[in-house]
Ligand binder design. Structure first.
Ligand code: UDP
Ligand code: MG
Length: 337
C-alpha cells in the first residue's frame, strides 16, 4: 500500500506568502501521487500559530477549495517549534509519513521527492540539509554555522545545517510522542529517538514574500534553549571554571602570606578591590547559568500543554478524514499561574 504523506507547515502571519506557496505544496502532492509514490489520501496540513493577520482565513478558504488542504489553529502564538510539534502530533495517527517544512518557500520542495525515495528505501527519518547558504546574509550564515559548532562542542547530537525541514515516519513520531519535555528543540530531539536516518541535500532560497520571524533576539533565544535543553555541559564548565579560579586565588593567598612574612606586605587595596569585583561578577555569571537550568526544571515540572488546538478546518465528528482517535500526547492538567 502506498504511504499517506502529511506535509506539516507552521504559519505565523504569512498572508503574503501563503497564496503563493500553497499551490506549490498541492502540486507536489499531485506529482508524488502521480509518480505512484504516495497515496491520494495525502494532505497539506497547515498549522496556524496564532497569526494576527488573515492567515487562518486563507487556510480555511484553501480547505474549502481542495480536500488536500487541511488546517489546525493553535489557541495563541506559541512559536515555531510548538507549531511544528502540534502539526506532527495531529498528523501521526492519520498518516504514514510527515514532512515538516516552513511555509515561506525558502526550502526547496523538490527535495521532498528524494526524501520520500529514502523513506521507501527504508529510512524512517530523512533530514533536509542545506548544501549552500548563499541566499542568507553573511551575518545569518556566520551565526548559524557557529551555532551548530557550539552545539556539537556541547555534546548535542545535531545534523549540521539542518533546520526543521525533515521527513519523519509515523512510527518514529509515535515514539517521539513519549518525549514530554516542554522546552522544545526539535532538531536536537529527533536524533535522540533513533531509527534509521539519512540526509538529503538542497539549496536554500530567499523567502518568497513576507518577512522573517527570526530576528537576532529570537535566534539567540532558540540557540540558548537548544543548548540548555539538551546538554548539561555548561554547568560542568562552570564547575571547572570555579575550580580554576579557586586554585588561582589559593596561590595568591600563599604568595600574600609569604610576602607578609618577608615584610613586603602589599600596600594598595585597589588590586584587592578589583579581585573582589571580578569574583562578584564571576559568581553572578555562574549563578545565572545554573539559574537557567533551574528555570528549565521549573517549566518542565509544571508540564503545561505544549500546544492547544482551538480550531480545525474539518468537522472532527462527521468527517471521514478523521479516524476518531484523539489521543494526543498531552495529558497534562492546566494550571493558571
Ligand atoms: N513561525 C511560526 N510561529 C512563530 C514564528 C514563525 O509558526 O512564532 C513559522 C513561520 O510562519 C515559518 C517558519 O515558522 O513558516 C519559519 O519562520 P521564518 O521563515 O520567519 O524563519 P527564518 O526562515 O527566517 O529562520
Ligand atoms: Mg524562513
Amino acid at each position: 500500500m502506498k504511504p499517506v504523506l502529511y506535509i506539516v507547515i507552521p504559519c505565523y502571519n504569512e498572508e503574503d506568502v501563503l497564496p503563493i506557496t500553497s499551490g506549490m505544496f498541492l502540486k507536489k502532492i499531485h506529482q508524488l501521487t502521480e509518480a505512484g509514490k504516495i497515496s491520494d489520501k495525502s494532505r497539506v496540513l497547515f498549522v496556524n500559530d496564532g497569526s494576527k493577520d488573515k492567515t487562518w482565513e486563507i487556510i480555511c478558504d484553501l480547505a474549502k477549495q481542495d480536500e488536500h488542504f487541511i488546517g489546525i489553529a493553535q489557541s495563541r502564538n506559541r512559536g515555531h517549534q510548538a507549531a511544528v510539534l502540534a502539526g506532527l502530533m495531529e498528523a501521526k495517527d492519520r498518516c504514514d509519513i510527515t514532512i515538516s517544512i516552513d511555509c515561506d518557500g525558502q526550502d526547496d520542495i523538490n527535495a521532498m521527492d528524494r526524501m520520500v525515495d529514502e523513506y521507501l528505501d527504508g529510512s524512517e527519518v530523512v533530514y533536509g540539509v542545506r548544501s549552500k547558504r548563499d541566499t542568507d546574509t553573511f551575518f545569518k550564515r556566520f551565526t548559524a554555522e557557529g551555532f551548530y559548532k557550539l552545539l556539537a562542542a556541547m555534546g548535542v547530537d545535531v545534523v549540521f545545517n539542518h533546520a526543521d525541514y525533515r521527513l519523519i515516519s509515523a512510527r518514529v513520531l509515535k515514539e517521539f510522542a513519549n518525549y514530554k519535555e516542554v522546552n522544545l528543540y526539535l532538531r536536537g530531539m529527533v536524533p535522540l529517538v533513533g531509527f534509521k536516518s539519512t540526509s538529503v541535500y538542497y539549496e536554500r532560497h530567499e523567502r518568497l514574500a513576507g518577512e522573517s520571524h527570526y530576528p537576532l533576539k529570537k535566534m539567540l533565544a532558540l540557540a540558548f534553549d537548544g543548548i540548555t535543553s539538551l546538554s548539561v555541559k555548561p554547568i560542568r564548565m562552570v564547575f571547572f571554571a570555579g575550580l580554576f579560579i579557586m586554585l588561582l586565588s589559593f596561590i595568591g593567598i600563599i604568595w600574600a602570606v609569604i610576602a607578609a612574612f618577608l615584610g613586603q606586605s602589599v600596600a594598595g587595596w585597589a588590586s584587592l578591590a578589583c579581585i573582589v569585583c571580578f569574583m562578584g561578577g564571576v559568581q553572578c555569571l555562574f549563578l545565572g547559568v545554573i539559574g537557567e537550568y533551574i528555570g528549565k526544571i521549573y517549566l518542565e515540572v509544571k508540564a503545561r500543554p505544549r500546544y492547544i488546538i482551538s480550531h480545525r478546518t474539518w468537522d472532527e465528528t462527521a468527517d471521514d478524514r478523521y479516524n476518531g482517535d484523539d489521543d494526543h500526547d498531552d495529558d497534562d492538567d492546566e494550571d493558571d499561574d
